[in-house]
Ligand binder design. Structure first.
Ligand code: KE4
Length: 431
């Protein structure tokens, strides 16, 4: 039986020195309750916590570990590189190599700028869009998350109002005023918001597959309609591919759905587990970025050699083994079918959304297509399911509003163990 004695002690200590005991809120288990397990090490798809409990990992560090933890080729590349210092603050050839590889792998981009997180990449992409178009406003979708910079921490304006409202103390009404919100998968709503702000919108930013309200897929034609509207209104279409980039396909969501973004944003996989974000676009758009153009953006550790070698090595693996994506999609489909069978027998209302190697479970009886329907998920049941699965050695994201991320080191035996654990967990929840 799993016991969490050491994690509990460590969590008590951590809360003395770190707000909430964590360096990112979702890790604190606030929405599922209980004590977060402290991880000691990981290999492939197996995590080991400080009490030596082992778990099959469906978080994959929130996406980066698409080929499993401690991938030897990445570890060895880091070991070699770190001997020659960890940072120079000067240009290196490796930065050009990874930029060229990304341009080769991802459609519709000609130039890339490296930053240090997805947040920084999203923040910079909006600034570039504003600088390129000369317009101030942008549209984001309710339920989509683009990092924690002020202009994204906006909740939907109440009622018909198209203006956003701050979603966190510290965000000013002035900032919120330039952020417009629309409903995911609702193209008429997007048109309405644009009509209410004619000629003022620089960009529409979207998670092509949403992962921050649970996994929510674009309805057929939604992305194509966004592309059409942006072309008509001279609005830049930004795909936030921090989750989907290099995960849905080598070329990310642009390749997967065949829809062109004007700016693509990356994170997670691109850094191979090291802190990396990036934004990319055509030479024309990216030419506004300093020092080539007037839009300022900078970073002491942007393009850091250790982060670059980790990301470059992982991306080369993915680029050289495109079969990874079909293998991952097949494993995710197998998991989906197995879970579906157990949930169907359980008597609980549920929906399972899946796209490529992203999947999530909702305890609800409505199809989940946007934030409103995602919010119908029964929040009492998910925590129970989460903890029942955890004590059976299955490590799911500790929130119903998160996507799971599969890694290709998952075996079919691990998937069967996961399905069996779900069967037992659902049984236990009925008791
Ligand atoms: P980071 O700043 O956390 O690297 O990236 C922000 C971000 C931007 N865009 C999308 C689509 C994202 O999913 C994220 C971050 N994802 C969360 C998971 N929901 C990271 C986990 C966390 O916040 O600790």
């Amino acid at each position: 039986m799993y016991q969490y004695k050491r994690s509990s002690e460590l969590f008590d200590q951590a809360q003395k020195y770190i707000p909430g005991g964590v360096n990112s809120p979702v890790r604190a288990y606030k929405s599922v309750g209980g004590t977060p397990v402290f991880i000691k090490k990981a290999k492939g798809s197996i995590l080991t916590d400080e009490d030596d409990n082992e778990y099959i990992d469906y978080i994959s560090s929130w996406g980066p570990m698409i080929l499993g933890h401690a991938l030897p080729v990445v570890i060895n590349a880091i070991k070699d590189k770190v001997e020659n210092s960890t940072s120079f603050g000067a240009p290196t050839k490796l930065e050009t190599q990874i930029a060229k590889l990304i341009v080769d792998m991802v459609p519709n981009i000609e130039m890339v700028r490296m930053v240090n997180s997805g947040t920084e990449a999203c923040m910079s992409a909006i600034r570039v869009a504003r600088g390129y178009t000369g317009r101030n406003k942008f549209i984001k979708f309710e339920g989509c998350y683009h990092g924690h910079s002020d202009s994204f921490l906006i909740k939907a304006g109440s009622g018909a109002s198209t203006f956003g409202e701050p979603n966190s103390p510290g965000v000013t009404p002035g900032t919120a005023n330039d952020t417009l919100t629309a409903k995911y998968n609702d193209i008429e709503n997007v048109k309405q918001v644009i009509a209410n702000n004619k000629g003022e919108i620089a960009a529409i930013i979207v998670e092509a597959v949403a992962g921050n309200m649970g996994c929510v897929l674009p309805k057929k034609g939604f992305l194509e309609d966004l592309r059409q509207i942006c072309d008509k209104e001279n609005i830049l279409l930004i795909f936030d591919e921090v989750m989907s980039g290099f995960r849905l396909a080598k070329g990310g969501a642009q390749e997967y759905f065949g829809v062109k973004a004007d700016i693509a944003i990356f994170g997670k996989v691109i850094g191979g587990g090291m802190p990396v974000g990036a934004y990319a676009g055509s030479k024309e758009i990216m030419s506004v970025v300093s020092p080539m153009g007037p839009v300022y953006q900078a970073g002491t550790l942007s393009g850091n050699p250790i982060a670059m070698i980790a990301g470059y090595t992982l991306l080369k693996e993915l680029n050289n083994k495109p079969e990874t994506y079909t293998e991952l999609a097949a494993k995710c489909e197998y998991l989906h079918k197995g879970l579906d069978k157990e949930f169907a027998k359980s008597g609980f209302d549920y929906r399972i959304n899946r796209c490529g190697s992203m999947i999530s479970i909702f305890f609800t009886d409505v199809d989940v297509v946007d934030f409103e329907t995602s919010s119908t998920a029964n929040n009492e049941l998910f925590p129970k399911f989460f903890h029942e699965m955890l004590k059976r050695g299955i490590y799911l994201p500790p929130s119903t509003f998160e996507s799971y991320f599969l890694s290709n080191t998952l075996t079919y035996e691990m998937l069967d163990k996961t399905i069996q654990a779900a069967k037992e967990s659902l049984e236990a929840m009925k008791a």
